[in-house]
Design a protein around this ligand. Structure first.
Ligand code: MN
Length: 157
């Protein structure tokens, strides 16, 4: 494949950070939020997405008390916590997370991240470029998840 057929928006080879969690040439994408949004106060920045990689590396950040969408999908995630503290739901387990912790989210595993109320929670997330759309839990699936007390506490916020 010719170079010009690949990504027409090739990122520069060097993109300095601005304040540690923003980067030159990287769009800051706050998630649109309305009353029904299943997430709160979270933003995404796609750091690397050259098709030659086959994967993307994104940086997600939640404000204090923010949380990501409770979802699952066929594709997997590889996550490294970069800043802050919080909890993550991983299937039927709830884990506390801190900077530099590594989290693998296998296919079809329910997952959600939640920041503490005192500081933002930011993490790197590696994912396949070609991937299926996330699905949200049905009422029955939510009820089944809440059968696990730790999960019920986590989902209650
Ligand atoms: Mn996901």
């Amino acid at each position: 494949m010719a170079r010009e057929d690949m990504d027409s928006e090739d990122a520069p080879l060097f993109r300095p950070t601005r304040d540690g969690y923003r980067w030159d040439g990287v769009a800051y994408q706050p998630y649109k939020q309305d009353g029904s949004a299943p997430f709160k106060d979270i933003s995404r920045q796609v750091l690397f997405h050259d098709p030659a990689f086959g994967c993307e590396l994104r940086y997600f950040e939640m404000d204090a008390a923010g949380y990501s969408t409770l979802e699952r999908h066929e594709h997997a995630h590889a996550v490294m916590i970069l800043r802050g503290h919080g909890e993550c739901l991983l299937g039927t387990e709830v884990r506390t997370v801190k900077p530099h912790d590594l989290v693998t989210i296998p296919a079809w595993t329910w997952h959600q991240f939640r920041a503490t109320v005192t500081e933002p929670l930011g993490f790197l997330c590696m994912v396949n470029q070609t991937r299926d759309r996330p699905v949200l839990p049905t009422e029955d699936e939510l009820a089944a998840m809440k059968a696990e007390p730790a999960v019920a506490r986590f989902l209650a916020g």
